[in-house]
Design a protein around this ligand. Structure first.
Ligand SMILES: [Cu+2]
Length: 123
């Protein structure tokens, strides 16, 4: 009986430890700060994009897509270098109008998250 209790205690501790170890893995990527920010107005020309996340991301399996005022979509190349939790890239020459930056990232925990950042380019 004592041995059984000891095994049970060991199993419960193992369960608690595995639960604790799993906690960070549920932290899929969420944006901490964005440039441009939602609804921000930026100057025309090439726009530097910088999206900072709360966790490391797999840049090769992440994507940035820009929708132009005329509805045309284009990918923005993601810089592979830099901080592991920050996505950066530079758009082509943008003229005035409303744009939407769609981001999709794969976090190290295997979860994909995505979102849209609408912004404006001044005339
Ligand atoms: Cu996750």
């Amino acid at each position: 009986m004592r041995k059984y209790l000891r095994n049970l205690a060991g199993a419960l501790i193992a369960l608690a430890l595995s639960g604790a170890a799993a906690a960070p893995a549920t932290a899929h990527a969420v944006i901490v700060s964005a440039t441009p920010n939602a609804d921000e107005q930026v100057k025309p020309g090439k726009v530097a994009i910088r999206l900072e996340f709360n966790s490391r991301i797999d840049k090769e399996r992440s994507r940035l897509q820009l929708t132009a005022p005329d509805g045309g979509k284009s990918d923005v190349a993601i810089d592979q270098a830099g901080e592991p939790n920050v996505l950066t890239g530079t758009t082509g020459e943008l003229t005035g109008g409303a744009y939407v930056l769609r981001w999709q990232v794969l976090a190290i925990d295997g979860h994909i998250t995505r979102g849209d950042i609408p912004f404006k380019v001044a005339d």
